[in-house]
Write a protein that binds this ligand. Sequence first.
Ligand code: MLT
Ligand code: MN
Ligand code: ZN
Length: 306
Amino acid sequence: MHFIVLGSAAGGGLPQWNCNCRNCVDARNDHPDVLKRTQSSLAVSADGMSWVVLNASPDIGVQISRTKSLWPNAEKGVRHSPIEAVVLTNSDVDHVAGLLTLRERQPLRLFAHAKTIETLKQNPIFNVLDHECVMRHAVRTDTWFDPLQTSDLRMRLFEVPGKVPLYQETAETLASSGTRTGDTVGVEIVADSEKRAHYIPGCAAVDDLLLEQLAGSQLLFFDGTLYEDGEMQEQDLSQKTGSRMGHISMSGPDGAIDALRSAGIGRRIFVHMNNSNPALRRGSAEQQAVLDAGWEIAYDGMALSL
Ligand code: MLT
Ligand code: MN
Ligand code: ZN
């Protein structure tokens, strides 16, 4: 099973177009300690030929251009793409806007929780993906599906603590924020029946149910949005905390590092990092703490196999 991190940043990317935080300034100026990063997406394949893209980021055009495995294969005709399916973990802008780039009548299978499929339906701009070639599948959680229809790769969605996308927030949705509402899911990915990975780019908390679901995972890509819950406030970037945004932090007593320390997971990799995250800076104490805890920090183009 092969993986390519197409984009390792959270919404906005690094640098973010309107941001003068320390990381964004340095990334913009090609400082060697702060890599540029595009928005959140992961490509998965069993054979290296047919690929599933997990989340379609607004940067998908650039991501495909720099990823040879995702280029159209000349032997397959004038119109072709190795991307045969897209799986969405929520309907946040950074995870669905790239669908608009995948128009041009290319056959594609789209899989997501019924809530995400409904959100796409409510936004008629997504009808540029002609229903004749782009089949939308609302998949039930905890039910296996075969995105490439080859039986090589099977996936399963499971609800994780989260919230509705920013543009659907109301007083009512805020009350249920951080609970399992189906608005945010993780993906379990299995190949050859014994290789097992999990992709969870957004998650508000690690609770007992999630620990149970992740036990024995060989490879985990997990929400690394913020290092500390209040870092955006501290840097005068936003009034919002990580928990208000439905994102657990890397550090702290309730953070991902501590919560997943004894979960029996093989390789642990943070994805979906916000540009404010100090762990993105090479040589920072925060980055060292993440690495010392046995985690890796994904970067754009990171390729690995299981
Ligand atoms: C998130 O991950 O919290 C969202 O992508 C934020 C957003 O929609 O800008
Ligand atoms: Mn996001
Ligand atoms: Zn910034």
